[in-house]
Design a protein around this ligand. Structure first.
Ligand code: HEM
Length: 318
């Protein structure tokens, strides 16, 4: 039988009720690096152990690596399009890059499953990783983002999910992998809530209650939906998003954890450029008048098969 595309990690798995996002940096000594590399071979088994106990909980974990971490952990070959997060925009409205070597995207219907898996995954790595950001996200009412609009409607569906998110023949060594870009946003909810609903709808490009796309005759070219709809050779290029609200009302913190998967960083970066710089420049996304990106990272998600293999890789041999 022909060797099929390697088994991907759970990139295309369905939307869940809870998620934990963990970004960590590697402690740069040889023992820590060897420990983290060997741990790559344990992730799938730990996910099975925790997930098996609640089959309906749909637990999954994606582990992804930043550009310099890839070199330190695995050396060559490296994913063709993996690079450091590219910043866009200017002071006051900027997609910032922040430190991050490893991303864990843990999803399940229930937070207890996410929490247990995060604990089991991180425990063996004490001293080898420093967690620099950890966010617990929740699903908010009918799939609404914390700003009150339904989020995720225009995600690809069916076969298109894999087509838009998984690396194929363009980089055969890394087929079945994916690129993932994350940004943690904080919102000024008081200012946002002061806007009339009609104005909010023009910012997003969709109606708030019924989540219907605004007609082109009234949808501004600076709406979030206009600036993040991109085409290549006349065809729309989509990404797969699984954003999650998070926050601490008592501390006045209201956020969106943006996470986007694609088979190349290019479409996500073009969306960011359109949002932060504007298309044409200056015609930027007004959502950013109420939202500040406080983190930013780009990572590569190896296929599940490759992740297991990487545990045994010796970079010095390459
Ligand atoms: C401040 C954080 C963000 C919030 C609250 C947010 C919210 C939303 C909402 C409510 C929609 C409309 C419904 C839907 O189709 O999902 C949407 C659409 C979309 N967003 Fe965002 N978003 C955020 C950041 C981003 C970023 C950083 C990107 C890409 C880099 C992005 C890419 C998209 C895309 C591709 C669509 C679908 C556009 C279409 O086909 O109509 N979003 N977002």
């Amino acid at each position: 039988m022909d060797n099929p595309t390697p088994e991907p990690q759970a990139v295309c798995s369905p939307i869940t009720g809870s998620a934990i996002f963990i970004v960590a940096t590697l402690v740069p000594d040889p023992d820590s690096i060897a420990k983290v590399r060997a741990w790559c071979g344990d992730i799938a088994a730990l996910t099975r152990s925790v997930g098996k106990r609640v089959p309906s909980g749909n637990l999954s974990c994606i582990c992804a690596f930043g550009s310099s971490a890839w070199d330190n952990l695995f050396g060559h070959p490296r994913p063709a399009s993996l690079h450091a997060f590219r910043e866009f925009g200017e002071e006051g409205r900027r997609a910032v890059a922040t430190p991050g070597d490893i991303l864990l995207h843990i999803r399940a219907e229930q937070m207890d499953l996410c929490f247990e898996l995060a604990t089991q995954l991180l425990n063996p790595l004490r001293g080898a990783l420093s967690v620099v950001d950890e966010v617990q996200g929740f699903r908010y009412f009918d799939m609404r983002s914390i700003i009150g609009f339904v989020d995720g409607t225009e995600n690809p569906t069916g076969r298109k999910i894999a087509e838009f998110t998984l690396v194929g023949a363009e980089d055969p060594t890394f087929a079945g992998g994916s690129y993932v870009l994350v940004q943690k946003y904080l919102h000024n909810m008081d200012a946002w809530n002061e806007l009339p609903v009609e104005t909010q709808e023009k910012v997003i490009g969709r109606t708030k209650l019924s989540d219907i796309e605004l007609d082109d005759s009234i949808k501004p070219s600076c709406s979030h939906s206009s600036l993040t709809t991109i085409t290549e050779n006349g065809q729309e290029v989509k990404i797969l998003r699984d954003n999650m609200p998070f926050g601490r009302p008592g501390a006045g913190e209201f956020g969106t954890y943006f996470i986007g998967y694609a088979r190349s960083p290019a479409p996500i970066e073009l969306m960011l450029e359109n949002m932060f710089v504007g298309k044409p420049p200056g015609n930027y996304d007004r959502l950013l008048d109420f939202s500040t990106a406080v983190t930013g990272g780009l990572f590569f998600v190896p296929s599940a098969d490759l992740l297991e293999e990487l545990a045994d890789r010796e970079p010095s041999e390459n």
